[in-house]
Design a protein around this ligand. Structure first.
Ligand SMILES: Nc1ncnc2c1ncn2[C@@H]1O[C@H](COP(=O)(O)OP(=O)(O)OP(=O)(O)O)[C@@H](O)[C@H]1O
Ligand SMILES: O=C(O)C1=C[C@@H](O)[C@@H](O)[C@H](O)C1
Ligand SMILES: [Mg+2]
Length: 203
């Protein structure tokens, strides 16, 4: 059976938008776990959360993920799927190709703010949102076979990058990990500069 291609990332990363494009291009099944959940329950995400509570929502999301993986198609996941340990473990152990669509916090927030339908935006403070972001980053990174920025380019360019990676996973992985390494070094230098600027000046 074909391995599923799974898109993960924080809210607003573009998983649904880009997932649909890839599925069309590769002529594969497309499943969005948020949409599947809503179809199965006959309710909106917000209503499911309200009726079942967060744990009940995550359990139903796990069932949707399991069903989606079995199709071997392209899967767009909900941004918080990794918060529920069984779903995280399923993603970790399944023989799928996992693409992490990534941006920085403000880029995500900017996109999320444009969509008032997102239930968590209505119920969480900005501090809780930042905490949620911090807790999730390492989980996405651990699961990812490749990490791609989805904010500095059009969806069709992200699609091209994913196609490139599918054709040549090794090369792409190397260049993406080199970029991440470089980014880390830059952040470290910036941090050191900030610390130096804060030191008292000897007259
Ligand atoms: N590369 C892109 N450039 C510009 N806008 C984009 C891009 N990708 C997605 N968008 C827009 O950003 C918004 C969020 O995208 P989308 O719903 O696909 O994100 P998501 O990762 O599925 O979020 P969620 O986790 O909430 O399901 C949409 O309005 C979409 O049109
Ligand atoms: O980040 C989250 O926890 C969520 C993201 C959305 O895709 C939905 O699955 C839901 O709104 C929860
Ligand atoms: Mg989505």
């Amino acid at each position: 059976m074909t391995k599923a291609l799974i898109l993960i990332g924080f809210m607003g990363a573009g998983k649904s938008t880009i997932g649909r494009l890839i599925a069309e291009k590769l002529q594969r099944n497309f499943i969005d776990t948020d949409e599947l959940l809503q179809q199965r329950q006959g309710q909106t995400i917000a209503a499911i959360m309200e009726a079942k509570g967060m744990l009940g929502f995550r359990e139903a999301e796990f069932d949707a993920l399991q069903a989606a993986i079995q199709t071997g198609g392209v899967i767009a996941t909900g941004g918080g799927i990794i918060d529920y340990e069984p779903s995280f473990q399923l993603l970790k152990t399944t023989a799928a190709q996992i693409v992490y669509l990534h941006g920085d916090f403000t880029q995500h927030l900017d996109r999320i703010m444009r969509d008032s339908q997102r239930p968590l935006l209505r119920t969480k403070s900005i501090t809780e949102f930042v905490e949620m972001w911090d807790l999730r980053q390492s989980k996405y990174a651990v699961l990812a076979n490749v990490t791609l920025s989805s904010f500095t380019k059009a969806p069709t360019d992200v699609l091209l990058e994913i196609e490139m990676w599918l054709k040549n996973p090794q090369t792409m992985n190397q260049s993406v990990s080199k970029q991440l390494e470089l980014k880390k070094q830059i952040e470290q230098v910036q941090q050191e500069l900030r610390m130096l600027q804060e030191l008292p000046v000897n007259e």
